[in-house]
Design a protein around this ligand. Structure first.
Ligand code: NAI
Length: 425
């Protein structure tokens, strides 16, 4: 099938690459010229395992990128994957998706045949029906459900495992009233998993509820971990015992520095904002956020307790990506750790295997960057492990002045001969 994907960022590019692997003819559209050029040269503008191999294989064959939105006219289906960031007060900023949808609508006016629009961006419940469909109808002159099929189909991929998740999802959610569109979207995904058909508004809520549930699990085990630490109990053993109950699975149960990334923080705040607007105070979700905000403070406090004061101490932060296997630093928990260390007067050196360039844009020259863990750790007083990169599992702390290590991800294997402390164990 001929498919266009608007927005060649994280989700858009994974979607485009994944659909091209399934044999579809895919055109990505993005407003960033450099990004488009990079993709067309077979290189990925972001790090995700397996992505570049697919680009190398399919670009020039059944996958291409362009800045020209008119190309959607040569396709039957368009996936919308533009960003929906948080506003200054936590509300979801719909500016980009409204613009994309309006521009698309104007172009679709020229098309005679049926066209399917799949909203993959995460949007607050009600957005597709109340905002996006009216915008599409107004700009295209078409009627949804008749000559335009509109589907809300959220994306559930995990960064770091995104290609695998896209190609082997746990489930696909299709929210629409248009039976013709359902058939087409199912054929496109051609996935070996449950397909859940519902309304657009419910599909939107399923996405928010999924992210909030997963963040709740992480904050829950961190809360338990913080209590365990005080009691001298290993929270990992507790989590293992807990997870043997089939109602509680072992995923998202690793106590540590907490959640971050491009989705959980903004989506959780987005739904909290929506909920307050509707007059409901979401107490559990608020607590989930609070626990997460506490973890970096506890981590730095543990370091301070070891040294008495962090002032003028050489502190190393190992990991800037919000999780291992990605170069994405959006809302990484490493940043509040760094901010707190700087506030305590520490001299901070940071290292990450993949995310240094992205982190430099956030941190500027307020910290030093080392191009290897070994160089970062040389003569350091204390190290904080903030991201679960495999590279950090067997790291050597021999070059440090004082071998104090605060492990925020319970990742270090050999804990002998160092002054080791886990964040909540
Ligand atoms: P991103 O910021 O990485 O990418 C968005 C892309 O859209 C950018 O390349 C931007 O230049 C492009 N764009 C913006 N306006 C455009 C327009 N009018 N025409 C063409 N291109 C345009 O965002 P990301 O992370 O891919 O997220 C996209 C959506 O997917 C968001 O709603 C997000 O919440 C959701 N999502 C993200 C996941 C993730 O792991 N990153 C997972 C699941 C959902």
């Amino acid at each position: 099938m001929d498919i266009s994907v608007i927005g060649a960022g994280y989700v858009g590019l994974i979607t485009a690459a994944g659909l091209s692997e399934k044999g579809h003819n895919v055109t990505c559209v993005d407003i960033q010229k450099e990004r488009v050029e990079l993709i067309n040269s077979g290189r990925a503008p972001l790090f995700e395992e397996g992505l570049e191999e697919i680009l190398k294989r399919n670009v020039g064959e059944n996958l291409r990128a362009t800045t020209d939105l008119e190309n959607i006219l040569n396709t039957d289906v368009t996936f919308i994957c533009v960003q929906t960031p948080a506003d200054f007060d936590g509300a979801v900023d719909l500016r980009y998706i409204k613009k994309a949808v309006s521009d698309m609508g104007k172009i679709l006016r020229k098309k005679d045949s049926y066209h399917v629009v799949v909203v993959k961006s995460t949007v607050p419940p009600g957005t597709t029906e109340e905002i996006l469909i009216p915008l599409l109808e107004k700009n295209s002159g078409k009627i949804a459900g008749k000559d335009l099929g509109v589907v809300m189909s959220p994306e559930f991929l995990r960064e770091g495992l995104a290609m695998r998740d896209f190609l082997n999802p746990d489930r696909i959610v299709i929210g629409t009233y248009d039976k013709r569109a359902v058939k087409i979207v199912k054929r496109i995904y051609n996935a070996n998993c449950p397909v859940f058909e519902t309304t657009p508004k419910t599909a939107e809520m399923i996405k928010y509820a999924s992210n909030i549930f997963l963040a709740t699990k992480i904050s829950f085990i961190n809360d338990i971990g913080n209590i365990c630490k005080k009691l001298g109990i290993d929270v990992y053993e507790v989590a293992e015992g807990l997870s043997l109950d089939h109602r509680i699975n072992p995923h998202s149960m690793r106590a540590g520095l907490g959640w971050g990334g491009s989705c959980f923080p903004k989506d959780i705040r987005g739904l909290v904002h929506k909920s307050r607007e509707l007059g409901y105070e979401p107490k559990l979700v608020d607590a989930v956020i609070q626990i997460n905000e506490e973890q970096p403070k506890i981590m730095v406090r543990l370091g301070k307790n070891k040294l008495g004061s962090l002032e003028n101490k050489k502190a190393v932060v190992l990991g800037l990506a919000f999780k291992g296997n990605t170069d994405d630093v959006r809302d990484s928990q490493a940043f509040p750790v760094i901010e707190l260390l700087l506030r305590e007067g520490a001299e901070v050196t940071a290292y990450d295997p993949k995310a240094m360039e992205n982190a430099k844009k956030v941190l500027n020259n307020r910290v030093r960057f080392a191009d290897s863990a070994e160089k970062a750790l040389k003569d350091a007083d204390i190290a904080f492990i903030t991201t679960d990169w495999d590279e950090f599992k067997n790291i050597s702390f021999d070059g440090m002045k004082r071998k104090i290590v605060i492990d925020g991800r319970n990742i270090l294997r050999d804990r002998r001969d160092i002054d080791y402390e886990g964040l909540c164990w």
